[in-house]
Design a protein. Structure first.
Length: 301
């Protein structure tokens, strides 16, 4: 089993991961280490920078009794042009699972097609399914349910947004995206969500998107790999900032989410980031618990 797209998971896989993540979070308060993955090795490959994904996967493996190897793309022969598929075959004979963060989604797909071990997408230009696992765990923690919850995404309809839409479709939440023309989430994701009965409202009116929402979510205007478009993005997205005025239009108990890193003063203000409704740091912590549960699920088969 792989996790390349959030849509790779069934509703029952997802429910299992969230529930197991909650149990692991509770258990960690008294006991940090286990032996569930003793003898297993996970390799992490990074073509782009990472703080949360790298550290949470490393700690997750340590705390489950397994081993982890973190590798930067350019330290590997990949950086000198070795083929992704050859690397996948070789690593499959050394380690038990691989997580890859890559610029192009196709890189992770090629790796998974050639590998004979579970492969996890640790973020591509197209999706960030590991983030969605933590996001769903966080929404359940604060809202106690998914049914009937309205999630409003404000800003760039990017990789994190694509996976979150899948998460909403799998859990029965309503999803709205407030973004400028040209920044909508991927058409293929919207189609798949619709096929599953989740029709996503896409509007360029940010105020319409956030009205009475239960969850407000934003992410950077300039994702890794989009740096050459910085000027245009800052200009186009400037009206899509999660600020106090925007938050006031949502439900009073709406939670504020962001996958981090935050660019304060761009997509979110300091006041909103540090407001009592912000669950952003808890959400970041949940990456650890949700990924432990994911690893247990992947190694179960
Ligand atoms: N949210 C997230 O994936 O953070 P990193 O880029 O720090 O891993
Ligand atoms: N959309 C951001 C998320 C970072 C975790 C990016 O791809 O850079």
């Amino acid at each position: 089993m792989n996790l390349i797209s959030i849509f790779d998971l069934t509703q029952s896989d997802l429910a299992w991961i969230i529930e197991r993540g909650e149990e692991l979070k509770r258990a960690r308060k008294t006991l940090k280490t286990g032996t569930e993955l003793a003898g297993k090795t996970l390799a992490l490959i990074f073509e782009k920078p990472s703080t949360r994904t790298r550290v949470s996967f490393e700690v997750a493996m340590h705390e489950l009794g397994g081993n982890v190897i973190s590798l930067n793309w350019n330290e590997l022969q990949l950086g000198r042009g070795e083929r992704v598929r050859d690397t996948a075959k070789v690593l499959s004979s050394y380690v038990d699972a691989v997580m890859i963060r890559a610029y192009q989604h196709d890189t992770v797909v090629e790796f998974a097609n050639a590998a004979s071990i579970p492969v996890i997408n640790g973020l591509t230009n197209f999706e960030h399914p590991c983030q969605t696992l933590a996001d769903l765990m966080t929404i359940k923690e604060y809202k106690n349910r998914f049914a009937g919850i309205t999630v409003a995404w404000i800003g760039d309809g990017n990789n994190v947004c694509n996976s979150l839409i899948g998460g909403a479709a799998l859990t029965g939440m309503h999803m709205r995206v407030g973004c400028p023309l040209g920044y909508a989430p991927a058409a293929a994701v919207l189609e798949e969500a619709k096929r599953m009965g989740c029709e996503v409202l896409i509007t360029d009116d940010a105020e319409q998107a956030v009205a009475d929402a239960d969850v407000l979510y934003t992410d950077v205007w300039v994702s890794m790999g989009d740096e050459q478009e910085r000027e245009r993005r800052e200009r186009d997205l400037s009206a899509y900032q999660l600020n106090e005025e925007m938050v006031r239009r949502a439900k009073e108990d709406a939670i504020i989410m962001h996958c981090m890193p935050v660019h304060v003063g761009e997509e979110i203000t300091e006041a909103v980031l540090t407001s009592k409704n912000s669950v952003i740091f808890e959400q970041a912590e949940n990456r650890l618990h949700a990924q432990k549960a994911l690893l247990l699920r992947l190694f179960r088969d």
